[in-house]
Ligand binder design. Sequence first.
Ligand code: BTN
Length: 281
Amino acid sequence: MIPSTSSRASRPQLLTPDAIRSGLKTERFGRTLHLYDRIESTNAVALALAEQGADEGTVILADSQTQGRGRMGRHWISPPDRNLYVSIVLRPDGDPTRVGLWPLAAAVAVARTIEQTTALPARLKWPNDILVHGKKVSGLLLESAIRNGRFKHLVLGIGLNVNLTRDLLPDSLRNSVTSLREELGRELDRVELLQRLLEQLERQHQSFRTEPPRKILEAYRALSETLGRSVTVLDRAGEWTGEAVGLTPEGALILRKNGREEVIIRSEDVVHVRPSHAARD
Ligand code: BTN
């Protein structure tokens, strides 16, 4: 998308490739950038580009999405001029168990970006919702292509509510969803947030190569809102409650049920995990 001067004047918050690249301190993440004014879903485009051989670190960004995808087939609200909708192509090699840690590593990167740019306290609700003051401000959707039992590529999609205002949310989400602007009381620069986010993600990518997986888990634990709490889970077995007591090395959640039995839950198996007695998400 190359915006005309007039459209930029009437939309001061417009994202442009030049603005994004100047001041971006990454080696690979965002160096190839596809920017769209309006598309169905950045994840869908990223998956297609990855299939055609796009390099690792290729970024697909849209100002708005018509069919933003959330977890569990949910819709991601994606109005123009407000938020960040970004997908990144990843090409993990080696140990497939480490791939399962990407959602956690990416959630840490988003939380650190928020703290670095706004000083708001960001916390993580397992598996990868990012909360500010108890409300969801960002969500991640990891999609993958597998060939012969190995990950061929991954696409990490991130939706971050930056300047979204409450009036754009349906009533049903107003108690559980927020934006950085709502929590901070002022507008934020999406370009700066995106630059810092790509830098944080690249840092996590490095740590996959250079550090043991427990480092990622430690970083995640330190920001977790879920661990140590009683949570209600909705899965195929119905709704039940347990205490979140830990994470497996692959990033699955360990819950203690009825004070004794330990149950491991994986993100793909659960519809929601929420603090007991909290509002439904
Ligand atoms: C969730 O349900 O919490 C995950 C939401 C992920 C939304 C992002 S927006 C950019 C990327 N493109 C999509 O279609 N979805 C992800």
